[in-house]
Design a protein around this ligand. Structure first.
Ligand code: IPE
Ligand code: IPE
Ligand code: MG
Length: 262
């Protein structure tokens, strides 16, 4: 430490991470449909309809921006608490999205994956989800992960139950359970962790989204309401990510690269 330097002050001022490194996996909490509608004196449903348009645009933009995996939080395990009319409208919107857009997504080489609990889904919804995944399984373009009936705690509990069952049956040793084994049983198995999580609408909470996977993600919170989330808002979030310095628990190096970062 040189004279005049306070304890805790870095000898080398931390430099900014290079903005050109685009995140491979971006996850988005698409929030603010209701407020978007309310501001215009429209029913919440109209906000959701416009939110679906923003979703379509975001999938296109993500592909063009070179993002390999895009995860969209579309319906949480807690969203069942909403009035039945809103829930059924949201489910209908999702169905229509898959029915209308699956062909186009498939043609664009998008691989669709759905994360979230399946067991308590209505049979038609479940079949639709399985169909979308099966049709696009071998595509090698962007992976679109739709988080539907998704809650991170539910996901982790399902894994815990599976591991306990396997251990009790003698299929695995309890002591062999490690981070990799657990991650391989999450709904996101095989996907890279998100480097960037974006939440729209100005709320600054995680709302049970990717608690395990986002352990070292950068978070960008934007006041933009989801139906207004356009290319410029997306690029602004990516630029903000590019200004972050990621350390992964290590120390910042003079070059600005975090020690131990992959
Ligand atoms: C996001 O918008 C859509 C879902 C959560 C399904 P909201 O419906 O939460 O909109 P606000 O937060 O009430 O504005
Ligand atoms: C999170 O938004 C879930 C989705 C975007 C699907 P919510 O609007 O449900 O979250 P809270 O209730 O404000 O935390
Ligand atoms: Mg909300």
């Amino acid at each position: 430490m040189s004279a005049g330097q306070r304890p805790g002050q870095a000898a080398h001022p931390a430099q900014v991470a290079p903005a050109q490194v685009a995140p491979a996996h971006v996850a988005i909490i698409m929030d603010g449909n209701g407020r978007w509608a309310q501001l215009r004196g429209l029913p919440r449903q109209e906000g959701h309809r416009r939110g679906l348009e923003a979703l379509r645009g975001t999938v296109r933009n993500a592909g063009e921006l070179g993002i390999r995996v895009l995860t969209l939080y579309s319906f949480s395990t807690e969203n069942w608490r909403r009035p039945a009319t809103e829930v059924s409208f949201l489910l209908g919107l999702l169905k229509r999205f898959v029915e209308k857009d699956l062909g186009e997504l498939h043609a664009a080489g998008v691989r669709v994956r759905v994360i979230g609990g399946r067991d308590d889904l209505a049979p038609d919804l479940r079949r639709m989800v399985e169909h979308a995944e099966a049709v696009t399984r071998d595509n090698d373009g962007m992976t679109l992960v739709v988080a539907f009936n998704y809650g991170s705690r539910d996901e982790i509990v399902r894994v815990a139950r599976q591991l306990a069952t396997d251990a009790a049956a003698g299929r695995i040793e309890a002591t062999a359970i490690d981070e990799a084994m657990l991650a391989l049983r999450l709904d996101t198995a095989g996907l890279p962790d998100p480097e960037l999580v974006i939440r729209t609408s100005g709320e600054t909470r995680i709302s049970n989204f990717l608690l395990w996977q986002a352990a070292y993600a950068e978070f960008v919170f934007t006041p933009v309401l989801w139906p207004d989330f356009d290319r410029a808002a997306f690029e602004a979030a990516l630029a903000e990510y590019g200004r972050r310095e990621r350390r992964f628990g290590g120390l910042a190096e003079p070059s600005g690269r975090a020690a131990g970062a992959a």
